[in-house]
Ligand binder design. Structure first.
Ligand code: NAD
Ligand code: 2ZO
Length: 535
């Protein structure tokens, strides 16, 4: 109901379908109206946060050994919205100890008891959807339209794992002479979650929901660029009834993350971020022999065959490149187009890209907001400059965008960009840009395109558009990527496992699979007879 899809907009239809999965969604505007929320009063450029941003033992706290306060920006305006105090070793330890104490209570509860608390947390998120989405938009710069979808995926994730919490079980195995064995699926203990800035609330839910469902506690460190909404999540967990200290937030950057990873009482690390940081995380996990989930970057291929439904393929390419200003790990940024339809496809993609409404992310009709910060915007611009130098042609966009509204003039906006005349050896085709930049690459045969699509160090995602269903399955089977789409792109039903191959990481979030990454198997061997010793 809150999503108004212009007619013929297939990408938005997909999003609407995802949202329509909740009957309760119809009630959301009324529910929001009952609660005096941040959303009611906020316009871009007005919100400032003064509350402490760490969360420990069920309350917001200032870190016990905080360093110097750093500015946190509103990407839409370039304005400082809050100050972030990084947590030192002492604060990280206090958070871990708090989690350890809560783990003792939570891990002894039945799956059904945990389920009820997670369902209540999901309900509160739904109720506060508008407020959380608004805060996410203010802190991240993505459009409010998209932030609402992120929040919906977040509560759906909690509901999904609430449903699975009661089903966590082992098996019974018959042995000779009436003896038997059984297995218990047990929680790991205190899990560390470390998040990226592109989906701050959603990344936290994708980690917290399966972790808590399995009986673990968590200490979460968001990106220092987006510290705000995860503290709301912590408050919501407390309000829903988790033991105080079960979900804690420590703020800070690399140093805080390192204290967390090295902490001897942290049993597992779940990391979302870049490949270079992922390598460091794995090194730290190796030192402590800790299991690790790595959700890293990508440079995913999207393959458009000439027998596709063209409008769907164009919509798919837009969805694969321009959500969240292109700052999406699984984006299909290498768009391989069969040469027969290269011109017609490219023309349509360019036309649609030029129509994307850029601007104030809190306005209802905005579809592209501001990039996360000035250095990142400069970096993306640098990729486009280099692409031109290497022979790519800018078919549209690529320049900075300055909105008419004076309060937005210091925001970090750019026009979404489509690059033509690309070749596989160009930097824009090889490296993750993490901005709104699509590279179009022509191909002639299936065999050729599969080989080129796999010719990358990454392996997060991939997609194919074709009406030939045999070809579609054959191609995705050949793609070396963890998350593949046929005739769609970048939707994320929480029931489906998500994660990478190769340098894009390992472990899975979402789906039943994630339960394995937040639990461990204990085997119990039971003797019903006498013990026969060989000695
Ligand atoms: N696969 C996925 O699910 C997924 C999802 C979102 C983003 N990403 C990837 O994340 C990247 C963008 O996010 P980013 O710029 O925040 O990544 P980043 O690697 O710079 O930072 C990620 C997190 O790690 C922390 N960190 C940095 N150095 C650390 C260290 N030495 N020890 C411990 N923690 C440390 C950061 O403070 C932040 O919280 C992109 O590459 C993107 O593809 C992947
Ligand atoms: C929700 N998406 C669009 C699938 C993005 C998942 C998180 C990756 O950055």
């Amino acid at each position: 109901p809150e999503v108004k899809a212009p007619s013929g907009s297939g990408g938005l239809r997909v999003y609407r379908r995802m949202l329509a999965r909740s009957r309760l969604l119809n009630l959301l505007p009324q529910l929001c109206a009952l609660r005096p929320s941040l959303a009611m009063s906020s316009v871009t450029g007005t919100v400032t946060i003064h509350q402490p941003l760490n969360y420990r033992a069920g309350a917001r706290v200032q870190p016990a050994d905080g360093g110097q306060a750093e500015d946190v920006y509103e990407p839409a305006t370039g304005r400082v919205i809050t100050k972030l105090v990084s947590s030192g070793e002492k604060e990280v330890d206090l958070a871990v100890q708090s989690a350890k104490a809560a783990f003792k209570i939570w891990s002894q509860m039945s799956g059904m008891e945990r389920s009820r608390v997670l369902l209540e947390a999901a309900r509160i998120i739904r109720e506060q959807r508008e407020e959380i989405a608004t805060l996410e938009t203010i802190n991240n710069g993505k459009s409010i339209f998209e932030a609402r979808v992120d929040i919906d995926i977040s509560w759906q994730c909690l509901e999904y794992y609430a449903g699975l919490a009661g089903s966590l079980a082992g098996e019974h195995i018959q042995l000779p002479g009436g003896s038997f064995g059984y297995t218990r699926r047990e929680p790991l203990g205190v899990c560390a979650g470390i998040g990226a800035w592109n989906y701050p609330f959603q990344v936290a839910c994708w980690k917290a929901a399966p972790a808590l469902a399995c009986g673990n506690a968590m200490v979460f460190k968001p990106s220092p660029f987006t510290p705000l909404t995860v503290v709301r999540l912590a408050e919501i967990f407390t309000e829903a009834g988790v033991p105080k200290g079960l979900f804690n937030v420590v703020q800070g950057g690399a140093a805080t993350g390192q204290f967390l990873c090295h902490h001897p009482d942290v049993a597992k690390i779940s990391f979302t971020g870049s490949v270079p940081t992922g390598i460091k995380i794995m090194g730290m996990a190796a030192k402590g022999i800790k299991p690790v989930t790595l959700e890293l970057g990508g440079k995913s291929p999207l393959i458009i065959f000439s027998d596709c439904a063209l409008e769907n393929a164009v919509n798919g390419a837009l969805m694969a490149n321009f959500l969240t200003q292109g700052e999406v790990c699984c984006n299909g940024t290498r768009v391989f187009v069969e040469r027969k339809i290269l011109d017609v496809f490219t023309k349509e993609v360019v036309k649609r890209t030029q129509k994307i409404k850029i601007g104030d992310p809190l306005l209802e009709d905005t579809r592209m907001g501001a990039l996360i910060n000035r250095p990142h915007l400069d970096r993306v611009q640098g990729f486009i400059k280099q692409a031109k130098e290497q022979g790519a042609e800018v078919l549209c966009g690529g320049d900075l965008y300055v909105p008419d509204d004076p309060k937005l003039k210091n925001g970090y906006y750019m026009q979404p960009c489509v690059l033509g005349n690309c070749t596989d050896d160009m930097t824009c085709v090889k490296e993750e840009i993490f901005g709104p930049v699509m590279s179009i690459l022509p191909f002639d045969t299936e065999e050729e395109v599969v080989e080129r699509a796999n010719n990358t160090k990454f392996g997060l995602a991939g997609g194919v558009f074709t009406r030939d269903i045999q070809k579609a399955h054959r191609v995705v089977a050949a793609l070396k990527a963890g998350m593949c789409f046929i005739n769609n792109y970048n939707i994320s039903p929480v029931e489906l496992p998500f994660g990478g191959y190769k340098a894009s990481g390992f472990g899975r979030e979402n789906g039943r699979a994630a339960m394995e990454y937040y639990s461990q198997l204990k085997t119990v061997c039971v003797e019903m007879g006498d013990v026969e010793s060989v000695f």
